[in-house]
Design a protein around this ligand. Structure first.
Ligand SMILES: *Cc1c(COP(=O)(O)O)cnc(C)c1O
Length: 501
């Protein structure tokens, strides 16, 4: 990586904004362009085997088969593929990803899906059941998140946490333009708030101001205060943050927002279905929900600790008036009077039904018991990690165990763990990794196995610091390369690779 190496060693001191401009001109030079392209091709070539493991054993289609294939043959093929992938997540080797995963729960959700597979929430006249399921999921989620304190809490169902966040940011943009005349809108969000806020800023042409966090990885209130301007449409706090699992000082932040008439969004995608039960169980949970009068919207993912199938999330608002800024209507289209509450047109009614069924089948007692198991297991793991002298646990989290190290390369730990089938989340800024504990990890022996493997990983990496891994060099480069565009382009090449047949 000559060019990359050069950029890293010689250009590290250059101001990032200047660098971005320089990078654009550099890449316009054909020879530089060609060199970079060759670098990308080399790296992607190395990754291809891991990304495309089925090309040898299963037929691949780059065009339609002329005649339809036998259904049983298709099912057999999928069974074979499932068998290869299932045990890793089912046996609890994966951080986050599958939050429930017991066979009886999955079978039940699959039956509910089958019953509703043809429904479309866009056509409420044909399937009023879809509207019933969606509205009740929203109401139950709102009740769980402090709607009882008053304030007319309402919302919609979306396809996931990212969509909930995008919808909320679009809503505040349109609300602020209409009600306050803000035409150069700004979001203020701590650096730890989810990447979906950057995505929203990019999609909707809103400026995002990222503020630093303190030594405890929670938002720095003073930094947020300084970032607020006349153009601020919304401030953001997480409950908890994805990287370190800590709850931002939402009470203080939302009061700042309320006093200035700015919106405040709590991103409870990860904690919306766990923190209320943790609180009920007696854990110390900072205030984050609608009981705080300054909180004007909350995203909470039913498809995480709500234990629904992937593809649903709730986005909640304080007041029906705010919610209306999310809606879309078209009144002059020859296709008829058209309206939709979210980004999608047609929506899978079956996923709403599955979500509703998961929630009413779990009930308060079910969620409480699940939370208890997860929090107790996480406490055991946290203690175990704290006992490893080479590792340092980051932040005061209830169930996301983030750790860093001054003694070993943390990405090599992640690499070693993946050789032992573990899939941890790599973090950066600062370099770290985390395990997000789910019901999968509460199975007998999983926490012990994790600790055994983590201790071996630390021992091995310490004894062999020179070994090259898969993840380690990539993150090493991302951390030190001043050419941010090159890092971003590399990720885009990776997506290209995913779509290669
Ligand atoms: C998962 C998550 C999101 C995004 O949710 P998706 O369902 O992956 O789109 C947003 N914020 C936090 C804190 C999350 O953990």
């Amino acid at each position: 990586m000559d060019l990359v190496e050069f950029a890293r060693t010689k250009l590290g001191w250059v101001d990032p904004r200047l660098m971005a401009v320089a990078e654009k001109y550099l890449k316009a030079i054909p020879s530089v362009r060609a060199t970079i392209e060759k670098e990308y091709d080399g790296i992607m070539g190395e990754l291809e085997g891991a990304v495309k493991p089925y090309t040898r054993d299963f037929p691949a289609f780059s065009r339609l088969p002329e005649r339809g294939r036998d259904r049983e043959e298709i099912l057999d093929e999928m069974e074979a593929i499932k068998a290869r992938e299932e045990s890793r997540w089912k046996d609890g080797f994966v951080s986050g990803a599958v939050y429930h995963g017991d066979d009886t729960h999955i079978d039940f959700l699959n039956r509910v899906y089958a019953l509703n597979s043809q429904t479309n929430s866009l056509h409420a006249d044909i399937w009023p059941s879809a509207a019933k399921f969606e509205s009740e999921v929203v109401a139950m989620t709102a009740h769980m998140l402090g709607a009882g304190a008053g304030g007319d809490i309402c919302g919609t169902l979306s396809s996931g946490g990212t969509e909930s966040i995008l919808l909320a940011m679009k809503t505040y943009r349109d609300w602020a333009r209409d009600r306050k005349g803000i035409t150069r809108p700004e979001i203020v969000a701590p650096v730890t708030a989810h990447a979906a806020f950057d995505k929203a800023a990019q999609y909707f042409s809103v400026k995002i101001i990222r503020t630093p966090v303190g030594a405890d990885y929670r938002a720095d209130v003073n930094a947020v205060k300084r970032a607020i301007s006349r153009n601020t449409i919304v401030m953001v706090g997480s409950a908890p943050t994805f990287p370190h699992g800590v709850v931002d000082p939402v009470e203080e932040l939302s009061e700042l927002a309320r006093k200035r008439g700015i919106g405040f969004h709590t991103d409870a995608c990860l904690g919306g279905f766990l923190l209320p039960w943790a609180e009920r169980l007696g854990y110390k949970v900072p205030a984050f929900d609608f009981r705080l009068p300054g909180v004007t919207s909350i995203s909470a993912d039913t498809h995480k600790y709500g234990y629904a199938a992937k593809g649903t999330s709730a986005i909640l608002y304080r007041g029906a008036e705010l919610r209306r800024y999310q809606y879309f209507t078209a009144v002059d289209w020859p296709g008829g009077l058209y309206f939709s509450p979210t980004f999608a047109g047609s929506r899978p009614g079956a996923l709403a039904a599955v979500c509703w069924a998961a929630m009413v089948a779990m009930g308060e007692q079910g969620y409480l018991q699940a939370a208890k198991k997860i929090l107790e297991t996480a406490a055991v793991i946290r203690k175990g990690v704290e006992a490893i002298p080479e590792l340092r646990v980051l932040g005061d989290s209830l169930w996301i165990i983030a750790f860093a190290s001054e003694a070993v390369d943390i990405y090599k730990i992640v690499d070693y763990m993946s050789q032992r089938r573990w899939n941890l989340n790599a973090l950066h800024k600062p370099p770290a990794a985390h395990l997000c504990v789910t019901l999968r990890h509460t199975q007998t022996g999983v926490a012990e196995r994790f600790m055994d493997d983590l201790r071996s990983a630390v021992g091995h990496v310490k004894a062999h610091p020179e070994e090259r891994g898969g993840m380690a060099p990539v993150y090493g480069m991302a951390a030190t390369l001043p050419l941010r565009g090159v890092v971003g382009d590399m990720l885009k090449r990776y997506i290209d690779l995913l779509y290669k047949v």
